[in-house]
Design a protein around this ligand. Structure first.
Ligand code: SF4
Ligand code: SF4
Length: 112
């Protein structure tokens, strides 16, 4: 059975929130992965993805057209905030913010 990832035709969360990350997540630090040129410094303790500090927000790493066809150009190196924001939570319950962004009502059931 194949599962189509709705994120590939969405991208709403990448063009809605300010996506914050810790400075040491950037590749300016040893072990960091997020390309520093895609980030903006907010203060001593946090960065955000470039473009998500603007209005309307849109991450500089997002390619394509929101709601049609999108991809993350730094997918393998994206920050933890992005890794942790998914259609479903780890326990299988729906991510209500994701469903709301897509104009959908979250399903009542937990995904198997
Ligand atoms: S996590 Fe949800 S809001 Fe974000 S791209 Fe995927 S489907 Fe869209
Ligand atoms: S880094 Fe990738 S997943 Fe995260 S907000 Fe930007 S485009 Fe979206």
């Amino acid at each position: 059975m194949s599962h189509i990832n709705p994120c590939q035709t969405c991208g709403a969360c990448c063009a809605h929130y300010q996506i914050s990350l810790y400075p040491d997540e950037s590749n300016a630090y040893p072990g960091g992965t997020v390309p520093v040129e895609y980030t903006v410094t907010l203060n001593d303790h946090s960065l955000c993805m470039k473009g998500t500090n603007l209005y309307p927000p849109r991450c500089a790493a997002l390619e394509g057209e929101v709601g049609k066809q999108v991809s993350c150009s730094i997918y393998d190196n994206r920050p933890n905030t992005c890794r942790e924001f998914n259609v479903y939570e780890l326990d299988g319950s729906p991510n209500t913010r994701c469903f709301k962004l897509r104009g959908l009502t979250p399903p009542a059931t937990i995904q198997p």
